[in-house]
Design a protein. Structure first.
Length: 213
């Protein structure tokens, strides 16, 4: 099952079966839609997640069985069952114990599905969103690519520092958001390289690309 929420409002997934249950494109799409737009019925979700209402309903019940979504307050039509996400987001980790083969395999399956789902997001943003942005927002968007040589403990500290910076903005009440604010997606890929020997190579310069003019 999923555990108590993380400081960013995420729910921690530790159960390998829950990870495997979520590692499905329709279920990930359902959870994303509920998180972004709030409660919805299977019929409302179906067009956005690429499934029929009946199939969507089955996936919803499956997600609910692992504590990832729950029943929401009824809408205008009380005959229709509405669902909501239990948290702002979710997170999972490869188990610390290397002997936990089931947990490790499940985390890899979910991680791979999430990479596949978000892999084309930067190119779609560049093609569809960036050209329509005001100059102020366009210059702030883009890609930062930085290579560092660190220990595993140092990398964990970097990740924790990122989250401390983000937490006040992620958890801010909707009423407290600035009037001129807009949603921004921050994609953070943490990709350790394959062998320690590569760490001895000359450093790759930090690179950052903003939106084009």
């Amino acid at each position: 099952m999923a555990s108590v929420p993380h400081p960013l409002g995420d729910i921690e997934i530790t159960d390998p079966q829950a990870m495997r249950a979520l590692a499905h494109p329709v279920r990930l799409a359902i959870l994303e839609r509920l998180r972004r737009h709030g409660p919805a019925t299977a019929t409302q979700l179906a067009p956005d997640v690429g499934a029929t209402p009946s199939v969507t309903s089955w996936h919803l019940r499956h997600l609910a069985s692992f504590g990832l979504i729950r029943d929401a307050e009824p809408g205008p039509d009380r005959r229709q069952r509405r669902w909501e996400a239990v948290a702002r987001g979710f997170r999972f980790e490869t188990p610390e114990d290397p002997a936990d083969k089931e947990g490790t395999a499940a985390a890899r399956v979910l991680s791979r599905e999430m990479f596949l789902r978000s892999g084309d997001l930067p190119s779609r943003w560049a093609a569809e969103v960036e050209p329509e942005l005001d100059h102020e927002w366009r210059r702030l968007g883009g890609l930062a690519h930085t290579r560092v040589v660190v220990t595993a403990a140092e990398l964990a500290a970097i990740e924790a520092a990122f989250e401390r910076v983000l937490a006040p903005y992620v958890t801010r009440d909707e009423a407290a958001r600035p009037a001129d604010g807009r949603a921004v997606q921050l994609l953070r890929y943490t990709l350790p390289e394959s062998s320690p020997e590569e760490s001895a190579l000359p450093e790759t310069p930090t690179a950052r690309t903003g939106g084009t003019s």
